[in-house]
Design a binder for this molecule. Structure first.
Ligand code: G6P
Ligand code: ZN
Length: 541
């Protein structure tokens, strides 16, 4: 039953920040998925192993699952645990890998990128710890794609992925599992569900926008069925192959329906949204947006109010472009703090080593040591738990937080679909100026340091260089620039802007106003318009 198919290397199968992402037609092209899947199995070994498989339900998810299953069987895997309908949110997949002590898992998703026949698809491998494969592994997979001559696949009928239960494919066991139940059970161990039920029973109103993506079934089960939030609290709750045409990225630009409701009359007490594969979150209070960097800081300062974190935190980690708000909390708590490159995979070693409990990124990712991915719904539940205990509004919690720690005004400006050569030229030119920047005064602010961030992993000693240019000013203001590693079209330039206000005055400005001099400095120092032709960002978060 096993067929060995001759193939040739396909150029460009290099995983980025989070797995291999391409336009769907590219992934559906001849041998494309098969080659990459074979490279995965060749690198990690499949014989006798158990894997988890699932995806965010986007277009081609179901077909890709059948191909990956047949290839797992042909490569000798013993067992694959698949979410019903080939559906698993990324955090739920991470949990299943850990819960079942499997040899890893394959997640089919392009995360927050749109889905559909002409949009994006992706595949990534997660390790036995439940976390994304580190660079050494993804690099080996890429190398393998450049030398492949064949792949192995079983000829068979489709596995019935719609029915929970055990089947076999070739000699391999396929266990189709409910995608939600184990994840929901994990959440019950971390949060005070009775207190949350009481919160909703007391009239607390919430809106959760699942953006027609994978979080819908998880949010309906946990928020509405188990916690008693009003029916209809979760909107866009049915995962659709094209996400209903929505761009499933929870930020103020793409989750504009939620933003409009939360800023409008009669807004609910609390709003949240999540992305295509359920690992991102955006949190909004009535009339107030919570920046992801502030969210991480508030969660770090208050996590002990939830049962799963009552013993306190070992430490907090944030990606380098994320604001330093969480650092101030870590210092006040006297716990360790870490600054990593962009990409959740860099948190894995810190979590495994018990050095940190909470992690977060400016890109709407927050998580803890309960899994090895960021986790959108987890962040929402932690916020709810904090709101239930403190009995205050989101706005009150934020203003008390800023009064205590000061406020790290923060914004990210994205310039999308720039010609790659232009973006590269700009970054190269900027890098060349870095050594001369310290001491210069720009927009009235003195530059104290400028470098290209390099990270030495404190656990395994691996070094990741050139992770983003950063320019730091004497007043703690900061500019970071890097090119996105998750885009599929041209280059996306990300400009991260930060300015610290110690208070007590000046804590209530519009972030764009507070950051205006930093924004001007960024454009000037990088000669942004000159190199790229862009004048205004496409997305502001
Ligand atoms: C994914 C990763 C995150 C990362 C984000 C932005 O969501 O899991 O860790 O922060 O992409 O990456 P990018 O390279 O596009 O800035
Ligand atoms: Zn995601």
């Amino acid at each position: 039953m096993i067929t060995t198919v001759a193939t040739k290397p396909i150029a460009g199968q290099k995983p980025g920040t989070s797995g291999l992402r391409k336009k769907t037609p590219v992934f559906m092209g001849r041998h494309y998925l098969e080659n990459f899947t074979q490279a995965i199995f060749d690198v990690v070994g499949a014989a006798g192993k158990t894997f988890v498989l699932g995806g965010d339900g986007r277009y081609f998810n179901d077909r890709a699952a059948q191909v990956i299953l047949r290839m797992a069987a042909a490569n000798g895997a013993a067992r694959v645990i698949v979410g019903q309908g080939a559906i698993l949110s990324t955090p739920a997949a991470s949990h299943l890998i850990r819960l079942n002590k499997t040899d890893g898992g394959i997640i089919m998703s392009a995360s927050h990128n749109p889905g559909g026949p002409e949009e994006d698809f992706g595949v990534k491998f997660n390790m036995p710890n439940g976390g994304p494969a580190p660079e050494s592994v993804t690099e080996a997979m890429f190398q393998r794609t450049t030398e492949l001559t064949e792949y192995r696949i079983v000829e068979a009928q489709d596995v019935d992925l719609n029915t929970v239960g055990r089947q076999t494919l070739g000699g391999m066991i396929v266990d189709v599992v409910d995608p939600v139940s184990d994840y929901a059970a994990l959440m019950e161990t971390l949060f005070d569900f009775p207190a949350l039920r009481a919160l909703f029973a007391g009239g607390f109103r919430m809106r959760m926008d699942a953006m027609c993506a994978v979080t819908g079934p998880y949010a309906v089960e946990i928020l509405e069925n188990r916690l008693g939030a009003a029916k209809g609290t979760v909107t866009h709750e049915t995962p659709l192959p094209d996400f209903g045409g929505m761009h499933p990225d929870p930020n103020p630009t793409w989750a504009h329906e939620l933003m409009a409701e939360m800023m409008g009359d009669n807004a609910p007490d609390f709003g949240a949204a999540s992305d295509g594969d359920g690992d991102r979150n955006m949190v909004v209070g009535r009339g107030i947006y919570v920046s992801p960097s502030d969210s991480l800081a508030v969660l770090a300062a208050n996590a002990h109010l939830a049962p799963g974190y009552a013993r306190g935190l070992a430490g907090v980690a944030r990606s380098m472009p994320t604001s330093a708000a969480a650092d101030r909390v870590a210092d006040a708590l006297g716990i360790a703090k870490f600054e990593t490159p962009t990409g959740w995979k860099f948190f894995g070693n810190l979590l495994d080593a018990g050095k940190v409990t909470l992690c977060g990124e400016e890109s709407f990712g927050t998580g803890s040591d309960h899994v090895r991915e960021k986790d959108g719904l987890w962040a929402v539940l932690l916020w709810l738990n904090i709101l239930a205990v403190r009995k205050q509004s989101v706005a009150q919690i934020l203003s008390e937080h800023w009064a205590k720690y000061g406020r790290n005004y923060y914004s990210r400006h994205d310039f999308e679909a720039i010609a790659t050569d232009k973006a590269d030229a700009m970054i190269t030119a900027l890098r060349a100026t870095l050594a001369d920047l310290p001491g210069q005064v720009v927009e009235g602010m003195t530059i104290t340091a400028a470098d290209d961030f390099a990270y030495t992993d404190p656990v395994d000693g691996s070094v990741s260089a050139r992770q983003g240019v950063r320019i730091i000013f004497a007043d703690s203001s900061r500019i970071v620039m890097r090119l996105s590693g998750t885009g599929t079209e041209g280059a996306t330039l990300r400009v991260y802007l930060e300015r610290y206000a110690a208070g007590p005055d000046g804590l209530d400005l519009d972030p764009q106003e507070a950051l205006a001099p930093v924004i001007r400095a960024a454009h000037g120092l990088a000669r942004l318009t000159e190199f790229t032709g862009c004048t205004a960002p496409d997305v502001v978060t």
